[in-house]
Design a protein around this ligand. Structure first.
Ligand code: F6R
Length: 261
């Protein structure tokens, strides 16, 4: 995998927004897989700024969710559908019809998961999948020991993830759902270009285990090592546990700029 160390979260957001803009200029109807949580916000802000300045045309872009809570009432502000509408679809001026996600309120969750995997495939597959990483190494909500071949399915959040996400629910862990629908690791690995962004010291250990540890289901993000074109963008703080940081810096500095991510 390619590891790019940037000074801070804003620089990471700008770099990934540039990669998305380059993708959309090659493929205007690209399917962008979007993550939620705090980490990707600088990407969406940088992309929205490019849309406003006319530097990128997103009019034919399509967006799909990575995961969704199970059991939140429809329209709940912290459902990932609401978050993606608020942080991505509206700021980019996309229509709701260009956006797809799994149905977290379906009666038959398993059928909804299978339907979502089919819908992604029928849409031609995800061109660029933006990912964050949990402090426990999860991608999407594939918690430790998820099958590396998993498909979209229901998962139970770890206590650590519910603690981490309580900040979105009035700091009240009781309000954080226990269950989620998440694209599986196998599903994520089918995207043409997974791009993981990690910022802050709290992610340093998970990043080091993802990049320099063995591929192991106990660190789900390490499965990205199996992808032929995975990119990990980290700020200095999140890179602080990487033994090979200098090598990654030198490699990226020597890369021809036109190649992009
Ligand atoms: C969210 C998601 C999660 C988050 C991860 C990090 O859609 O899939 O994997 O990316 O929990 O969350 P933040 O960015 O809030 O630290």
């Amino acid at each position: 995998m390619e590891v790019v160390i940037v000074p801070d979260a804003t620089a990471g957001g700008e770099l990934i927004a540039e990669a998305i803009a380059a993708l959309l200029s090659r493929k205007p109807d690209a399917l962008l897989g979007v993550a939620t949580g705090s980490t990707p916000l600088p990407v969406y802000q940088a992309l929205a700024a490019k849309v406003r300045s006319g530097a990128v045309d997103v009019s034919r872009a399509r967006v799909c969710q990575l995961d969704e809570y199970v059991g939140l009432p429809e329209g709940h502000p912290e459902s990932y559908r609401s978050v993606v509408l608020r942080e991505v679809v509206e700021p980019l001026g996309l229509s709701e019809s260009s956006f797809m996600g799994p149905d977290g309120s379906a009666e038959d969750i398993q059928a909804a998961c299978e339907a979502y995997d089919r819908a992604l495939a029928e849409a031609g597959g995800v061109d660029l999948q933006l990912l964050g990483i949990g402090t426990d190494g999860h991608i999407g909500f594939n918690e430790p020991c998820s099958s590396l071949a998993s498909r979209t399915r229901i998962k139970t959040l770890t206590e650590q993830t519910r603690i981490d996400n309580a900040r979105f629910f009035d700091d009240d862990i009781e309000q954080v759902p226990h269950h989620v629908i998440t694209q599986g690791i196998g599903t994520i690995l089918e995207s043409r270009h997974p791009v993981l962004l990690a910022t802050g010291e709290g992610k340093a250990d998970a990043v080091a285990r993802t990049v320099e540890g063995p591929v192991a289901s106990v660190v789900p993000a390490s499965a990205l090592q199996l992808h032929p074109h995975a990119t990990v963008v980290v700020d200095e703080a999140a890179a602080s546990g990487l033994k090979l940081a200098d090598y990654f810096r030198a490699t990226y500095a020597a890369k021809p700029r036109w190649q992009g991510l």
